[in-house]
Design a protein around this ligand. Structure first.
Ligand code: DIG
Ligand code: MN
Ligand code: MN
Length: 386
């Protein structure tokens, strides 16, 4: 009933189920799995796609022949399992060279090296079939604004993305970029911290039509924001190219918990928004299992992400078919027709008529909305008693 199928487009990064449990206060608790082993693990749990940072697959110090062997083995694992590579990205945050940022480093050599590394990683991602390329600027930020002009940083970020969309066009790749916002961690403050900031920035780019967003639940929650509203704005702008699903307690470090494991009701409204509007890009679970888990529990973690999504998808269908809920929605949105003539855009006639229209403000203010009744029905739907 809730078994994942390819049409659900559920994907995981190598770094998610391959997370070995290291955290800022403790060493790894799980052995390192190879990319090939991770592909087979994802196939076992029923995933459709696998994503990677360049160095998740090809270590930064690998020789050309080592790279070729790794890519051959990975392609074989994809052929053996049927998994696809929908998305790829660059690790521009682990190596010490990026200590002060990559595209926004004060050192022009680092900015140039980041472009070179990203072009090579784009080549690798396209070679393996990726059509979406994510940019998470984990190191693009500051701990003090004393040493970096935010205007200069924004210009450098824009120059880098303009150069890279130029590269993609020159190579004639079928590839779209998706910017992934995050407010902080690992930098004290990260540039382009939310979906809204990223959407505004995209409009300043040379090839803005090639660039969208990859919102992540945890990252907007870290900023104390309503993730579903931000996803809706991205959808409205035609920019929801990809999405990172997970969960996160508000006001905490980036927890990357299993989807739906903390805020079940907001996860429901997100799934309802995606499914009601025919979202058809990858559903990527950028999450990892608890440090206390062994690999059997990691597989349960991976299955849990997909099962919860499918259960909430069914709940959204039940919401849409629930007569009592739909009756309340009809009541909430009904109008008396007295102002219908003012809709549909400006005209001088409408403006004059509207200015002449008399409103009984006190009478209109008497109207309450049954949101308590409606929300209780949603809670009972999610609790399984409807
Ligand atoms: C962190 O949320 C980031 C990195 O894991 C990766 O660059 C991106 C891809 O989903 N998410
Ligand atoms: Mn995260
Ligand atoms: Mn992410």
């Amino acid at each position: 009933m809730y078994d994942p199928k390819p049409e659900h487009k559920f994907s995981f990064g190598l770094w998610t189920v391959g997370n070995i449990g290291r955290d800022p206060f403790g060493e790894p608790t799980r052995t390192q799995k190879s990319p090939v082993e991770i592909v087979h693990m994802l196939a076992e749990v029923g995933a459709w796609g696998v994503n990677f940072h360049d160095n998740d697959l090809v270590p930064i110090n690998a020789t050309a022949s080592e790279r070729d062997q790794i890519v051959r083995d990975f392609k074989q694992a994809l052929d053996d399992t049927g998994l696809v590579v929908p998305m790829a990205t660059t690790n521009l945050f682990s190596d010490p060279v990026f200590r002060d940022g990559a595209f926004t480093s004060n050192d022009a050599r680092v900015r140039a090296y980041a472009l070179q590394k990203t072009m090579n990683a784009i080549d690798l991602g396209v070679e393996l079939g990726a059509t979406t390329y994510v940019f998470w600027g984990g190191r693009e930020g500051t701990e003090t604004d004393a040493g970096k002009d935010p205007l200069a940083a924004g210009k450098w970020f824009r120059e880098a993305l303009n150069f890279l969309t130029g590269y993609v066009k020159d190579q004639q790749y079928d590839l779209r970029f998706a910017l992934e916002p995050k407010p902080n961690e690992p930098r004290g403050d990260i540039y382009l911290p939310t979906v809204g900031a990223a959407l505004a920035f995209i409009e300043t780019l040379d090839d803005s039509e090639m660039v969208g967003v990859n919102p992540e639940v945890a990252h907007e929650h870290m900023a104390g924001l309503n993730f579903t509203h931000h996803v809706a704005q991205a959808m409205d702008a035609g920019k929801l190219f990809h999405i990172d699903l997970n969960d996160q307690a508000f006001g905490r470090y980036d927890q990357d918990f299993r989807f739906g494991s903390v805020n079940l009701k907001s996860a429901f409204f997100l799934v309802k928004l995606l499914e009601d509007n025919g979202y058809d890009n990858p559903r990527h679970f950028d999450a990892h299992a608890y440090r206390s888990s062994d690999y059997e529990d990691v597989k349960a973690f991976a299955r849990g992400n997909m099962r919860t999504y499918l259960i909430l998808k069914e709940k959204a269908q039940q919401f849409n078919a629930d007569a009592e809920i739909q009756a309340l929605l009809a009541e909430i949105t009904q109008t008396d027709g007295t102002v219908d003539g003012f809709g549909g855009g400006f005209s001088a006639e409408k403006a004059a008529a509207l200015q002449a229209h008399s409103f009984d403000r006190t009478a209109i203010a008497q109207r309450g909305q049954p949101y308590e009744r409606l929300d209780q029905l949603v809670v009972e739907l999610l609790l399984g008693v409807r």
